[in-house]
Ligand binder design. Structure first.
Ligand SMILES: O=C(O)c1ccccc1N[C@@H]1O[C@H](COP(=O)(O)O)[C@@H](O)[C@H]1O
Length: 215
């Protein structure tokens, strides 16, 4: 078995090259100014200009306003929009309909009840991403990208009506266990392939992707 992988928070040509050459299915560009991985739309467009068909671009947005969506759609035209905020079902449907780009809605998980909204999002989202809920114990946490995992047993044996991926604190050391427990067909990683927040390690990217393909 092998799992597909998304390398998120790519902001340099070196990190992008490591992801692409090692078989990442997706690369994520973060449009959230407070993130150490944030890029501008222009930077993202320049970075992903030569991306071939094997690797898709994902625009990560947090409760985006129409003006930002317009810029992202026109200038970058990503393959997927990752909605990582508190977007409602109505807003997800509106974004998908208006910009005609597939949407991945993030479900933030800490407890079993956090999975209840999935049923409402399935009809309007093309994909789901299960990430850890930002812990209240962190001072000023990001909406994601906090290197925090959730209890993967909450997903064990569950089946979803949409393609999905798992994220939250994944690393080379815990990836195998996370996939064994959840049977995730795809995973998304950011902090776990960095040397410091926002500093992607090409070597860690290559190792992580090699393990994804060897699972
Ligand atoms: O990576 C970020 O900076 C980020 C900012 C705002 C929202 C989401 C973000 N990243 C996403 O968070 C998860 C988990 O990341 P990590 O591996 O625990 O660092 C992942 O889906 C990223 O796409």
């Amino acid at each position: 078995m092998s799992v597909d992988a998304k390398i998120c928070g790519v902001s340099t040509p070196g990190a992008l090259a490591a992801a692409v050459s090692s078989g990442a299915r997706w690369v994520g560009l973060v449009f959230f100014p407070r993130s150490p991985r944030a890029v501008t739309v222009e930077q993202a467009a320049a970075l992903t200009e030569g991306l071939g068909p094997q690797t898709q671009s994902v625009a990560l947005l947090v409760d985006p306003e129409d003006a930002l969506l317009e810029q992202v759609a026109e200038r970058l035209r990503p393959d997927l929009l990752q909605l990582h905020g508190s977007e409602t079902v109505k807003r997800v449907a509106e974004i998908r309909g208006r910009w005609g780009i597939p949407v991945m809605k993030v479900i933030k998980v800490a407890r079993a009840e956090d999975l209840e909204p999935v049923a409402a999002f399935e009809p309007v989202a093309d994909r789901l991403l299960f990430d850890a809920k930002p812990p209240a114990s962190l001072a000023n946490p990001l909406p994601g990208g906090n290197a925090v995992s959730f209890d993967w047993r909450l997903l064990a044996g569950r089946r979803w009506g949409r393609p999905w991926m798992l994220s939250g604190g994944l690393t080379l050391d815990n990836l195998r266990e996370a996939v064994q427990i959840t049977a995730a067909p795809a995973v998304d990683v950011s902090s776990g392939v960095e040397d410091a927040p926002g500093q992607k390690s090409p070597e860690k990217i290559r190792e992580f992707l090699a393990l994804c393909h060897a699972l």
